[in-house]
Design a binder for this molecule. Sequence first.
Ligand code: XMP
Length: 515
Amino acid sequence: MKRETVIVLDFGGQYNQLVARRVRECNVYCEIYSYRTDISKIKEMNPKGIILTGGPNSCYEPDSPTYTKELFELGIPVLGLCYGAQLMQHVLGGKVEKAPVREYGKTEVLIDRKESSVFADVPEKTICWMSHFDYISRIAPGFEITAHTADCPVAAAENADQKLYAIQFHPEVLHTVEGTKMLRNFVINVCGCAGDWRMDSFVEESIKAIRQKVGSGKVLCALSGGVDSSVAAVLLSKAVGKQLTCVFVDHGLLRKNEGDEVEAVFGPDGPYDLNFIRVNAQERYYSKLAGVEEPERKRKIIGEEFIRVFEEEAKKIGAVDFLVQGTIYPDVVESGLGGESAVIKSHHNVGGLPEHVDFKEIIEPLRDLFKDEVRKAGLELGIPEYLVFRQPFPGPGLGIRIIGEVTAEKVKIVQDADAIYREEIAKAGLDRSIGQYFAGLTNMRSVGVMGDERTYDYAVALRAVNTVDFMTAEAAEIPFEVLNKVMSRIINEVRGVNRVLYDITSKPPGTIEFE
Ligand code: XMP
């Protein structure tokens, strides 16, 4: 393996990415693989340690995910979490059964073996996150119990000689107060990792590797102005300068002034050395979208049109050697290549790859990074903070924040309302603490009164959610006076709006975006 790596074997648990992220927070590089990964591949990778994740099954059922016993005989330290812990015990001769009491939520764990390497510096009583209906009723030979709870006799067990550790709870979840410390203890103390995975060295190594790969070749990058493509573009420009051309398609569905902001950073007056092409395709998009109301159809049109515009520009440039993609690690995992998680977000990459662009190879410089690491790399590269900490913005843009038909007039309304909303949220100091927030336009018009006039105008919907992973979300509790200020400014300053609604729907059952 290229770097010192710990691998996570995914047994279908919902926290698989979280485990890898926590390990990386300990400055140890970590990758996720499916439990179906063959032992020969693991041997070849020769990781410093292996972590088995949780999962929804019962390990004693015949069809449940399992792993060959050989995994525990490689001499590589193994940490099993929840299902992974039970599986380790089951495979090595312990017993797992349905628990008399199901444990769920924050639970007090009592550490029995203070000298345990994974519990170094952990207090004797500590709160951990439990979520299991099976339990280890008898530990495997060679193991000893290292922690218990009131209802669970084996909250943790280990065979320190063999460097095998089983933990019933979830150290990766923040509710486990000492969880990160336990994971750090495992990867540093038990696995002997140096902990030298850092963004400055990532940036340096990547620039060198890109230079070597690209040589004197030509590189083409589709720039959206979002965090991932911006970081990828800057990385490439630092590596190969003017050999890079960035194409920025303004589809007219961007936030207010966003097109100009992107141009200010990446265009000829900005600090970077690259070729920048802005395509003003607003009218083209609006005419394609005229009369279209169905959300999936809108998404499809926007995605396809993007590819078409991009291809036309690429044709003007001629053959290139490399095409840059801003793929990040969660995309890799969620597209089913990393762990076990199903293909949930295939629609999230606008349109896929252009077919008619003449290139030899794809470069994905951020493929190994989680979002927070992309941001750190961005800061390392000197990209302005407002760009690095930009909230997620979907590829189809305002097209999916306008319910029903998209028109230039409606885009203007959403842009203005959204700009006011963002301004007031920032003024109230809430911009970094809310996961994602924006204004959308409902397709609803209703009666109001302004001055002495009867109005019949649109209702703007404000959305603000807190979320860890964007798979689930809760409405953010914005102080009423802030909402009130936003409402009155939108009604007064944005023509065509006479009502402002606050969407308090969580996800599920709602989605974050409106379409
Ligand atoms: P939903 O609406 O599915 O959104 O709850 C979850 C997160 O994904 C973003 N999102 C997209 N991002 N292309 C993207 O690049 C898309 O088509 C897309 N749809 C949703 C959304 O903004 C939220 O952060």
